[in-house]
Write a protein that binds this ligand. Structure first.
Ligand SMILES: C[S@@+](CC[C@H](N)C(=O)[O-])C[C@H]1O[C@@H](n2cnc3c(N)ncnc32)[C@H](O)[C@@H]1O
Length: 275
């Protein structure tokens, strides 16, 4: 995506969406949950680990610090922009991380190539999630482990209900749908069945109830929008429309506002299983 840093009007996107994702969303949202996922996966020194749909690589970076130089880490994503930020961010990683462009539904690895597969917040974006979990099963060694995380449905994420509704009203249907897309209507039993049907045993599904914080409603809207696939169209709305959007979000988030800004519950499922 192009850089809008010098555009006088609009949202003043100072970087592309992948950089914004790493800067704005990874520290408050994805990094703490990456630690949790790595813990759930039970990663040990020497493990060969694949991070599917690695994005800008936060899970892979956490994994690298655990497996040591006797292990290995590969991060795979379909999006070159995310991989470019991943590579730059992990330039000093030891062991180094291998970054691969590819589609999760057709993993470019032989059978039994890994001891652990992790996938943080991406299952909901795959056209055929069941087929991807089967691919995870194929590339794992016997006794290998998989650890996945997926947000719970939108009803459990009050700040994103508000943001998606406001984006729909002020920017359009596509922007509203985009902000709802990370939150699939899956329940825990459906996730369990999905993983079992792909051939995994000992499936555990747990609910994590966390939170997300931003210094203000304005920053919530600005950072989420800048890091999204619709960063450019959202950045391009008129200042008056943007002000109304922020005003509506701030008003609706009133009961989640405190001296440090805004805070909202953020709930996810963590799924672990053995091959
Ligand atoms: C919300 S991000 C999560 C990224 C990363 N796992 C993290 O925790 O920050 C979802 C990622 O899924 C990737 N993705 C979507 N469809 C994919 C596919 N079919 N194959 C591989 N990656 C895919 C996107 O490019 C994006 O980087």
């Amino acid at each position: 995506m192009s850089n809008h840093a010098n555009r006088p009007t609009g949202w003043q996107l100072e970087q592309n969406a992948s950089q914004a994702y790493e800067r704005y969303l990874v520290p408050p949202i994805f990094a703490p949950r990456a630690d949790q996922l790595v813990e759930t996966a039970g990663i040990r020194e020497g493990d060969r680990v694949l991070d599917v749909a690695c994005g800008t690589g936060v899970v892979a970076r956490r994994v690298a610090s655990r497996v040591g130089t006797s292990g290995s880490v590969v991060g795979l994503d379909i999006n070159d922009g995310m991989l470019a930020v991943a590579e730059e961010t992990a330039a000093d990683s030891n062991p180094s991380i291998e970054w691969r462009q590819g589609d999760a539904v057709d993993l470019p690895f032989p059978e039994e190539a890994f001891d652990v597969v992790c996938c943080q917040q991406a299952l909901q974006f795959f056209d055929d999630p069941g087929a991807v979990v089967e691919e995870m099963d194929r590339v794992l060694t016997a006794g290998g482990r998989v650890a996945l995380s997926v947000w719970r449905p939108l009803d459990y994420q009050p700040a994103y209900v508000i943001l998606a509704d406001a984006l729909e009203r002020h920017v359009g249907d596509e922007a509203g749908a985009m902000m709802r897309s990370p939150f699939p209507d899956w329940n825990g039993e459906e996730l369990r069945t999905l993983v079992q049907d792909a051939g995994f045993d000992d499936v555990s599904v747990t609910i994590d109830i966390g939170s997300v914080r931003y210094p203000s409603a304005t920053e919530f809207v600005r950072r989420e929008a800048a890091s999204s696939p619709l960063a450019e169209p959202i950045a391009g709305v008129d200042r008056a429309v943007r002000d109304e959007l922020v005003h509506d979000v701030a008003e609706a988030l009133h009961r989640y506002t405190d001296d440090d800004g805004i805070v909202s519950p953020l709930e996810s499922y963590l799924v672990a299983a053995t091959r």
